[in-house]
Design a protein around this ligand. Structure first.
Ligand code: ADP
Ligand code: MG
Length: 364
């Protein structure tokens, strides 16, 4: 169990690639924190600095209030699980899990106890004699987790641990890792570029881009209140729709104008846009697929909140159906009722629940 404090951490690699800039974050004891962002944004570098595998260029790293910049990796009491599992192919499952403990000269009986306990938690008890090549991908990933668990570290770092698994196993392991966190009651820092993992596993998400933190908050708050277009587009599947619109005022009401079509902005939001100086300016209207509709009550009650477009494509996702509709040359994704029948090429109406709309500066 441990809390961490990362204070203005930066990392510049030889050759002057600044991979992480001014990264500040407090991680509470027993938290399940997710670091998410596209490939190359610096996630692994942050983890490696925490683990002590990469020197910190500037800033301070505290574990339980102790400055550890100069503490060697092996003395930090942190375990890291890697994407490629990093198992020893010539060792059995048991010996892979016991390896780190043997190095630390832990008594044999204690090693046995710890390995058996980890094997029980991870349902590996029947596989302890096997070699890694005799295991499935999911089983190998469990062994990699087991190797971390046996050490009873203060902090678990996981670097995209599920990215080599197929979709079904990934979904299963997501739940297992979340349960593991509950069981172990230890601090987890989990890196992923997968927005589903980010949204479902952790208690708090840090969204990164180009080495910089974009937003830190709970999954739901980030989903509902993204601070910029990058965050809005990254989390959620499908991602948020973006439309460039003009903000105008007519008869005291605020509207967004897209080509010739107007959509009214609810009063409070409209006033805010006006106060922020967006009148007669172009902004980006962001709206999620579930806040658009193709039929039903909302459209009947609010015909003024609908735009006409052309159905380009229908995507069936089992429980959900999405329409890809082009409106004034832009494509939007609309979550529609599965009963709604419309043919590709047909003209359709799309209802906009403008109380759920976001507005962004174009450059954000
Ligand atoms: P992520 O894990 O988010 O994909 P990384 O932390 O691996 O990102 O990398 C961040 C940036 O730092 C990338 O531009 C990458 O090319 C660079 N980088 C990573 N490791 C090294 C290294 N050892 N030497 C030089 N540049 C590196
Ligand atoms: Mg990485």
């Amino acid at each position: 169990m441990a809390s961490l404090y990362l204070k203005n951490l930066s990392k510049t690699y030889p050759g002057r690639v600044t991979a992480v800039r001014d990264f500040s974050l407090e991680i509470k004891d027993q938290e399940f924190l997710i670091l998410v962002g596209p490939s190359g944004c610096g996630k692994t570098t942050v983890l490696r600095m925490i683990a002590g595998l990469e020197e910190i260029s500037s800033g301070e790293l505290y574990i339980d209030d102790r400055l550890v910049n100069d503490v060697a990796a092996k003395d930090r009491d942190i375990a890291m699980v890697f994407q490629n599992y990093a198992l020893y192919s010539h060792l059995s499952v048991y010996d892979n899990m016991a390896f780190g403990l043997k190095l630390r000269k832990i008594p044999k009986a204690e090693i046995r106890k710890n390995v058996q306990e980890a094997a029980r938690i991870l349902a590996l008890e029947d596989l302890l004699k096997r070699k890694p090549k005799e295991l499935s991908g999911g089983q190998r990933q469990r062994v990699a987790l087991g190797r971390a668990i046996v050490r009873k570290p203060k902090v678990f770092l996981m670097d995209e641990p599920l990215s080599n698994l197929d979709a079904r196993l990934r979904a299963q392991m997501r739940i297992e890792i979340a349960k593991l966190h509950k069981n172990l009651q230890t601090t987890f820092i989990y890196v992923t570029h997968d927005q589903t993992e980010a949204m479902t596993m952790g208690t708090r998400i840090v969204v990164m881009k180009d080495g910089l933190i974009q937003q830190i908050d709970s999954p739901q708050s980030i989903y509902d209140h993204p601070v910029n277009m990058f965050v809005a587009g990254f989390l959620g599947n499908p991602g948020m729709n973006f439309l460039e619109v003009l903000i105008i005022e007519q008869n005291g009401c605020i509207f967004t104008k897209l080509a010739d079509a107007l959509l009214p902005v609810p009063t409070a939001g409209g006033q805010k846009l006006k106060e922020q100086g967006y009148l007669d300016q172009e902004v980006v209207l962001g709206i999620r697929a579930e806040h658009l509709c193709g039929s039903g009550d909302f459209l009947d009650r609010h015909p003024e909140c609908a735009l006409r477009g052309r159905l380009e494509f229908t995507e069936l996702r089992g429980a959900e159906t999405y329409h890809y509709v082009s409106i004034a040359g832009r494509e939007v994704v609309v979550r529609v009722s599965p009963e709604l029948r419309a043919k590709t090429g047909q003209e359709v109406r799309v209802g906009f629940n403008m109380s759920k709309a976001h507005f962004f500066d174009q450059e954000s």
